[in-house]
Design a protein around this ligand. Structure first.
Ligand code: SF4
Ligand code: SF4
Ligand code: SF4
Length: 301
């Protein structure tokens, strides 16, 4: 296991340990909420125009960094100044892909489990949202996230955790996420998770051999995500980490269960020994009492 993975488990465990209900939770898989919504990113359709980056910045009143000439909005990576980026990946065979990156709205989010103050929570539509009223700036959410998404406003007096919240205010107003509305290629769609999965399956079925492993990234990875990807290049080549079907909170719950079981075993053993000793002591006391009655002499316990 990588050092970073251990830190993630520690971070998720730290938050979980601060929450008693988490500490005793069963490590059963969390099912997607019926109202879960997200994005479907079709990497094969993206042309890297970055219209979605600009639209996202405008919708969130953020100013991403510009390129060296100061002309183009070209944030190289996610930061507190941008919730959405588009990266260019080029494979050894010359095959390339533009990849949009933002929060995955995990089904069982590690950032939520990692936060000791419940400042991150899963709200309506399964959107993972940040609550500034309780955040203490510990940044466990940053360490816990397997996609390296949440960013911290280091340059602010009252810093916030910045990440895509699926344009939830726009959704409440009946609008689509800003990045979806401007994409000229329909490379990013918004909808209910089940509908997005159906769309992705349809595209895969209609284009045999086009999509990597004929599967959808996020259907099961890390316990499932609400933002999903289909791609013509390998997922790992475009920065989507290889994750097991178990979410990080599930893994943490398993580790904790093992620890508690390991702790309970000696407790149960000592309890059993104590019960036997008490029974024997009570029996011994009765024998002494009988002896005292028969002999009239005070016995020694
Ligand atoms: S991608 Fe990271 S920040 Fe987004 S919900 Fe998942 S764990 Fe949280
Ligand atoms: S859903 Fe909204 S916040 Fe998220 S990447 Fe798209 S425009 Fe940005
Ligand atoms: S707007 Fe669409 S095509 Fe342009 S970079 Fe974003 S996802 Fe790609």
């Amino acid at each position: 296991m990588e050092r970073r993975s251990l830190f993630r488990i520690f971070a998720a465990g730290a938050g979980a340990a601060a929450c008693a209900s988490r500490a005793t939770a069963s490590p059963a898989a969390v099912a997607p909420r019926p109202d879960a919504e997200g994005l479907l990113v079709d990497v094969s359709l993206c042309i890297g125009c970055r219209a979605c980056v600009v639209a996202c910045s405008n919708a969130n009143s953020l100013t991403p960094p510009r390129d060296a000439e100061g002309l183009h909005l070209a944030p190289p990576s996610l930061s507190a100044k941008t919730k959405n980026i588009v990266k260019l990946y080029q494979g050894p065979d010359g095959q390339y892909a533009f990849v949009k990156q933002q929060c995955m709205q995990c089904v069982d989010p590690a950032c939520v489990a990692g936060c000791p103050m419940s400042a991150l929570l899963k709200g309506d539509r399964g959107i993972v949202r940040w609550n500034g009223d309780t955040c203490i700036g510990c940044r466990y959410c940053q360490i816990a996230c397997p996609f390296n998404i949440p960013k911290f406003e280091w340059d602010q007096v009252n810093p916030e955790i910045v990440k895509c919240e699926l344009c939830r205010t726009r959704l409440d107003e009946g609008k689509k996420p800003a990045c979806v509305t401007v994409c000229p290629r329909a490379a990013v769609l918004h909808g209910k998770r089940e509908e997005l999965l159906a769309t992705a399956r349809k595209r895969i079925a209609e284009h045999p051999g086009k999509y990597f492993e004929n599967r959808i990234y996020g259907e099961t990875e890390g316990g499932g995500t609400q933002t999903l990807y289909i791609s013509h290049v390998p997922f790992q080549a475009i920065g989507l980490p290889a994750l097991t079907k178990e979410s990080l909170p599930q893994k943490v719950a398993k580790v904790q269960e093992t620890i508690y079981q390991g702790f309970l075993t000696p407790v149960i053993a000592y309890g059993a020994i104590a019960a036997v000793m008490k029974k024997r002591w009570t029996h011994h006391e009765e024998e002494i009492r009988k002896e005292e009655e028969e002999t009239g002499m005070r016995g020694q316990l």
